[in-house]
Ligand binder design. Sequence first.
Ligand SMILES: Cc1ncc(COP(=O)(O)O)c(C=O)c1O
Length: 379
Amino acid sequence: MHFRTRAIHVGQERDPATGAIVPPLHVASTFVQPDVSMSAAYDYARTASPTRNAFEATLAALDNGTRALAFASGMAATHCVTHLLAPGDRILTGTDIYGGTWRLFNKVLAGHGIAITAVDTTDPAAVRRAIGPDVKLVWIESPGNPLLSITEIAACAEIAHAGGALLACDATVATPALSRPLDHGADIVMHSATKSIGGHSDLLGGALVTRDPALGERLHWLQNATGGVMGPFEAFLCSRGLKTLELRVHAQSATALALAEWLAAHPRVKAVHYPGLVSHPGHAVARRQMTGGFGSLLSFELDGDVAAARTVAESTRLFQLAVSLGAVESLIELPAVMSHGSYDPAARRAVGIADGLVRLAVGLEAYEDLRDDLAAALT
Ligand SMILES: Cc1ncc(COP(=O)(O)O)c(C=O)c1O
């Protein structure tokens, strides 16, 4: 079955009791047992619930995995992965990662005896040099947020596995519609479902997807033990979001590419970061590991100071000033003080996130309207 057919049919069977074409939303927190053995399919909704399971089944099929787990947020999903580690272990992370992930790794886990090393994962040789016996997890984001760097997933998987580590890939920006990291050797895929999977700026959610059943089972055990699960209403909305994911992401990618090309030719713009541009250093790798487009996120730098970037971000009308991405509305923001404000400023500048970087999350409005909005803000 093709991607968009799986998105509509896998895990989304009609209700056998009524024939309802949309599976019902089950809100129960507990399930009555036939006897004390707790052997029924469902017992308590933190462990499993029918509406969450339906979303998880669809997502696992879209990412070519065997198991998906839905969480209360992307950060809850990421946090669950880190519980695979013990004090004394090390995480190797990319440098172009979401600010909240940087904060969890460097400000929370580091205080619990987990060492963190950041390397430029777009350079496999740098990853190979940094790997050591204490590295148990390599954490990459591709495309990275906010610089849209491209990390070669297969190369990182080979290096991580040779060193005895797991490879986890935050694929929030790519979405399963454009990239399936498990096919390239990743062990765990993480999505902030708040973004493209939900797709309408009306829920918080996260997900992990795995292919190895034993790893999926271990993560489920940790999820149940720590408790950061997705609620049924959010799971229902995520299932609905997945049905149109491919259509939305393809349309957003086409608009984002057109805007990136237009911005690259604008006299006030110094640099545009978008993997769909042939001039992007990761374009060839992106073509190999992404299909159908290069995503809805792009960033650019102005030929001017931070105040100029701030003026642009505050003067668009269709691009609304807000963090997040992947929804139907287009958004604009300054990562240094907004989405990536949780970095230490020195660490942020060291990884190349300039104070004047402007990030665009492209929605589903018409290209011409979005272009005119930027043109007016850039005059
Ligand atoms: C790439 C990326 N990963 C993870 C997250 C965290 O997800 P959530 O906000 O759902 O916790 C975000 C949120 O902005 C993100 O952009």
